[in-house]
Design a protein around this ligand. Structure first.
Ligand code: BEZ
Length: 245
């Protein structure tokens, strides 16, 4: 009898120890901040083994993490991504969807999603890889485990990574709010425009084709404002725009 109690106590103690170790590991994950080199990893996916970022060359890369397969909000997000996958490809952006679910689960979920006629737009093949991170390696590398929200799942995280493999944008959403794929695309286009045009930034609600803002202009350019050949105009001395022509 005493042996039984001792054995049960020991068992419960070991379980508690393992769980607390697990929580500590999840907490040890750090977020790669904007401007740093995107952490590299190797993982299995519905498109085979992924070596990130090497396999994606000089494209822009979007890591799109989600909490769990077969959940309603995540399903709607992946479907919205599938409807826009060609436009992301034409923007030279590679999408990787990632979660801590196992690969066989990803295959089942992908097949089920590919049968859905979402918002009357017809069924779509999912051409981007669903990456399995059941070891939590990638999630820890990218700070995707937010223990207060959920212990064993990714958070809704998005990393936009530029052709030089530097992190350019980080978005985190809570479990209860689905992401806006149009906003993701808008951010990508804004990043591409500011990378390709010297000394410009994008104002609030900027969309493709809108005028840029300029953080600094030279005294000569400033003096030329108001002349028809000047690409610049000002709403105030601290708000300078450049025409997007
Ligand atoms: C969802 O994607 O629907 C979801 C994921 C995790 C928790 C709650 C909802």
């Amino acid at each position: 009898m005493k042996k039984g109690i001792l054995f049960t106590a020991l068992f419960l103690f070991s379980v508690a120890l393992v769980m607390s170790q697990g929580r500590r590991n999840f907490r040890s994950n750090t977020i790669p901040l904007i401007g740093v080199e995107a952490p590299s990893f190797t993982a299995e996916s519905t498109k085979g083994t992924i070596n990130f970022p090497a396999d994606f060359g000089s494209s822009w890369k979007i890591i799109f993490a989600h909490p769990k397969d077969f959940t309603p909000v995540c399903s709607s997000e992946i479907l919205e991504l599938a409807y826009q996958q060609e436009s992301f490809s034409s923007l030279n952006a590679s999408i990787l969807v990632l979660s801590t679910d196992i690969l066989s689960q990803h295959f089942l979920w992908k097949a089920a999603l590919e049968e859905i006629n979402y918002k009357d737009r017809g069924a779509r093949n999912i051409n981007f890889p669903l990456v399995s991170d059941d070891s939590y390696r990638v999630s820890n590398l990218y700070g995707m485990i937010h223990s207060e929200e959920s212990i064993g799942e990714n958070i809704r995280g998005v990393f936009i990574i530029d052709p030089d493999n530097k992190v350019r944008s980080i978005l985190y959403y809570p479990n209860e709010v689905g992401r806006n794929i149009d906003e993701l695309k808008r951010t990508l286009i804004a990043l591409q425009n500011t990378r390709n045009n010297n000394n410009v930034v994008t104002p609030a609600n900027w969309k493709h084709g809108d005028d840029f803002m300029v953080p600094v202009i030279s005294a000569q350019e400033k003096a030329n404002i108001g002349n028809p050949d000047s690409p610049y105009y000002q709403l105030s001395w601290f708000m300078t725009y450049k025409k997007n022509q």
